[in-house]
Design a protein around this ligand. Structure first.
Ligand SMILES: Cc1cc2nc3c(=O)[nH]c(=O)nc-3n(C[C@H](O)[C@H](O)[C@H](O)COP(=O)(O)OP(=O)(O)OC[C@H]3O[C@@H](n4cnc5c(N)ncnc54)[C@H](O)[C@@H]3O)c2cc1C
Length: 426
């Protein structure tokens, strides 16, 4: 006799790309699903990201080279990596773990785990795009990195070679070929690096909201409210407390992005989640930008979107409460105008968002080993848009008792407690 999986009522906390992808996948298995968000679909970090389905980004953020350069970058206020000094005491333990994860043996291990989850990421998008009728929001044009200096390219080359070893297509281009792909460039390019398989979303906010609508049309419920606590039973949460009301459930999926840690602690768990704040600037669509272009030395991308050209990127350690630093928008705009002199019009809008970042660049996905009613889907850092749909699929597989398409051990929360056999504490 085939075992019939038990249908449950799941409450998913967070209506970002991750939470909604989880919701849609759980509904497909016949579960009842309620998503609770204090704001609404797509109002968190999923609103303003760079839109890249960055399936080639299998190299972790922390590498020996990045680590060597962190101190000088942190001292330069215009650098793409910055710290708000009053946040340094809070971020210091995260940075120490980041340093440990940047050692060569760790980088190799993390790259394998990133590559494994990135491979099925684009395919996992397809059913969700179809459900949301949002296929038109995705374009398959690749991603071009431009390095203006020999030094900049040499520093990045190891990462590109690692990607090649992992089976990711990477083409090195000379100035002429670069200019054919990006005719608006106004600077001499030492080396271009083209990753043909990267796709991009021309409106990540719209995509997330459309996914929210598809989720509701398929029978899911979205509630607005701030989740503050849980009612707990012997196997974990049996209810979610939001806006003074208790919402009973069979299981909870924590997908609260960068804000997940306090709730994680209420569930009796912990993980070193912090935020790498990132910035975006919207400019008019004044140049012939045919594909996303990343400034190799500048750590930001110029992405052609539905409403104009989005400059997105850089990293700032400053926690969840400090206001944005407007100088970072200015610096990114000045750098983009140097790269693309045709970008003359005034800035249309600016935004800052909170990447939910783990120090080892791997998301936390899975079910608690000690609390079968608690599931985790947060910590996607620079790759949450890319990995949202595959995360939804993995959570649904775990909930249904199906064997997931990849080994999920590297993403387990227990990697931080050392409680899991064979897992190394980071
Ligand atoms: C500048 C920038 C550029 C980026 N570019 C890319 C890119 O090109 N490609 C890519 O793949 N990724 C990119 N990212 C990363 C990506 O945007 C994030 O990883 C992703 O949006 C995280 O999605 P999420 O659903 O986990 O979080 P969010 O979208 O932040 O959603 C979490 C939701 O949880 C809700 N919430 C939290 N706590 C509670 C609570 N207690 N009660 C109720 N609701 C709660 C919040 O309101 C929020 O709506 C970028 C990020 C930034 C900042």
């Amino acid at each position: 006799m085939v075992a019939v999986p038990q249908k449950k009522h799941f409450i998913v906390i967070g209506a970002g790309i991750v939470g909604l992808s989880v919701g849609v996948n759980l509904l497909k298995d016949g579960h009842a699903v309620t998503v609770i968000d204090r704001l609404g679909p797509g109002e968190g970090t999923s609103k303003g990201n760079g839109g890249l389905l960055a399936i080639g980004h299998a190299v972790p953020v922390g590498t020996p080279d990045v680590l060597r350069r962190v101190p000088s970058m942190l001292l330069d206020p215009t650098s793409p990596l910055a710290v708000r000094w009053n946040y340094l005491p809070q971020i210091a333990p995260w940075l120490l773990r980041f340093a440990r994860a940047s050692m060569p043996d760790q980088v190799e291990r993390i790259a394998q785990a990133l590559s494994a989850i990135l491979k099925p990421a684009v395919d996992a998008f397809q059913p969700l795009l179809k459900a949301a009728s949002a296929q038109d929001l995705i374009q398959a044009r690749g991603l071009l990195y431009v390095y203006e200096t020999e030094d900049g390219f040499r520093r990045a080359q190891g990462g590109f070679e690692m990607r090649r070893r992992l089976g990711i297509r990477v083409d090195y281009l000379e100035d002429g070929a670069v200019r054919q792909l990006a005719p608006g460039l106004g600077v001499p390019v030492r080396t271009g690096v083209y990753m043909p398989d990267v796709q991009h979303c021309i409106d990540p906010y719209r995509l997330t909201r459309m996914l929210g609508q598809a989720f509701q049309q398929a029978g899911g419920t979205i509630l607005q409210g701030e989740v503050r606590d849980f009612s707990m039973g012997p196997e974990g949460p049996v209810g979610v407390i939001a806006q003074e009301a208790s919402h009973p459930c069979d299981a909870v999926v924590l997908a609260g992005g960068a804000w997940s840690r306090p709730l994680l602690k209420r569930l009796g768990h912990d993980a070193p989640l912090d935020t790498e704040r990132g910035y975006h600037v919207m400019l008019a669509n004044e140049i012939d930008l045919r594909l996303p272009v990343s400034a190799g030395e500048g750590y930001f991308s110029a992405v052609p979107m539905a409403e104009g050209i989005r400059l997105a990127g850089t990293v700032e350690f400053g926690g969840l409460n400090l206001p944005p630093n407007p100088a970072r928008w200015d610096t990114m705009t000045v750098r983009a105008r140097r790269l693309f002199p045709g970008l003359k019009d005034s800035v249309r809008s600016t935004w800052m968002g909170f990447r939910p970042s783990m120090p080892d660049s791997l998301p936390v996905i899975g079910r608690s080993a000690s609390m079968p009613r608690a599931y985790f889907a947060f910590g996607h850092g620079h790759l949450g848009l890319t990995l949202g749909p595959i995360t939804g699929r993995l959570v649904a597989d775990i909930a249904a008792g199906r064997t997931p398409p990849i080994d999920i051990a590297p993403y387990a929360i227990e990697r931080f407690s050392g409680a899991r056999p064979n897992a190394r504490a980071m």
